[in-house]
Write a protein that binds this ligand. Structure first.
Ligand code: FES
Length: 256
C-alpha cells in the first residue's frame, strides 16, 4: 500500500447519470499514481472541514495520461447531496488512496457487483486488461444499468440482471454465477455489493470451488482506522477495520 495523500483536486465533471447517481471526475495525479483496484478515497465535501460530511468513494476508473480519477456516487444524505452542488473548476480535497485493494493475480477473473458495488469493479476490470475479464452486473431496473455500457469498454463479456427483468436476466446477479461459470475456468471471483449479496456470492463461489474476494461496503467516518465505525468480524472472532484491513477480504476471512 502506498502513502496516503491529501490532494487538492480540480473537478472536471460532476454529472448525473441516473436519478440521484452521479459520475465525479477530478484531477488527482498524485493519488492515481498510487491507486490500486479496490482502494477508495475520502472526499472532503465542505469547506468547514466537517469530517462528518466526508464520504468514502471507491475508485471507479483512472486515466493516467490525463491524471483523472473517476468516482461514482449515489445521493444518500447531506454530504453527498452537498457534493452534487460542486461544479467543474471547483476544488475538492481528496484523501487517499485508502485501504487494501483486490489481489490481481488471477488469469481468468470473474467480477460480480450489485448496484453501487459495481463502481470499484470498473477500475478492477480496467486494470486487468489485457487479461480477459467477464462481469456480472446486477441492478434494480434497466435505467440503473448505465453500468453495462461502462463495463462494455473494459470487459470481454458483460452479463446483466435486473430485479424487474427490464434488462438482461430477471432476478439477482447471484443467480447468474453458476450458469456464467459453467464450462469456463475462472480462477477468481471478485465481488462488491451489499452484504446479503456478498454472502450469497461467497456461498456459491465455495460450491463452485473458485477462490472469492469480497469488498465490503460499510459506513465510514474517518477512512483510516481512527473512529471504529467500520468494524466487521473475522471468521476467527477478531474485530477488523474495514477501512484499514479491508475493504477487500478473502471471503472465508470475514463473517458475512
Ligand atoms: Fe474510521 Fe474505519 S472508518 S476506523
Amino acid at each position: 500500500m502506498g502513502k496516503k495523500l491529501i490532494e487538492k483536486a480540480r473537478i472536471v465533471e460532476n454529472a448525473a447519470v441516473y436519478h440521484g447517481t452521479y459520475i465525479l471526475k477530478v484531477k488527482a495525479p498524485q493519488i492515481i499514481a498510487q491507486a490500486l483496484p479496490g482502494q477508495f478515497v475520502m472526499v472532503e465535501i465542505n469547506s468547514l472541514h466537517d469530517p462528518l460530511l466526508n464520504r468514502p468513494l471507491g475508485i471507479a476508473a483512472v486515466d493516467e495520461a490525463e491524471g483523472i480519477l473517476t468516482m461514482v456516487y449515489r445521493v444518500v444524505g447531506r454530504g453527498t447531496s452537498l457534493l452534487t452542488d460542486k461544479r467543474p473548476g471547483e476544488d475538492l480535497n481528496i484523501i487517499g488512496p485508502l485501504g487494501n485493494g483486490f489481489n490481481m493475480n488471477a488469469k481468468r477473473p470473474l467480477l460480480i457487483g450489485g448496484g453501487m458495488g459495481l463502481a470499484p469493479l470498473l477500475y478492477v476490470a480496467q486494470k486487468f486488461s489485457p487479461t480477459p475479464v467477464e462481469v456480472i452486473a446486477g441492478g434494480r431496473t434497466k435505467d440503473e444499468m448505465f453500468w453495462a455500457d461502462l463495463f462494455a469498454s473494459v470487459c470481454d463479456q458483460v452479463h446483466v440482471s435486473t430485479d424487474d427483468g427490464t434488462l438482461g436476466t430477471p432476478g439477482t446477479c447471484v443467480a447468474l454465477l453458476s450458469p456464467v461459470s459453467a464450462g469456463k475456468n475462472f480462477d477468481a471471483i471478485l465481488a462488491c455489493g451489499p452484504e446479503p449479496m456478498l454472502k450469497a456470492v461467497a456461498q456459491c463461489a465455495q460450491e463452485l470451488n473458485i477462490p472469492c474476494q469480497v469488498s465490503l461496503e460499510k459506513h465510514m467516518a474517518c477512512g483510516f482506522g481512527a473512529c471504529l465505525t467500520c468494524t466487521c468480524e473475522s471468521t476467527d472472532g477478531r474485530h477488523l477495520q474495514v477501512c484499514k484491513q479491508g475493504p477487500v477480504f478473502n471471503a472465508d476471512e470475514v463473517k458475512l
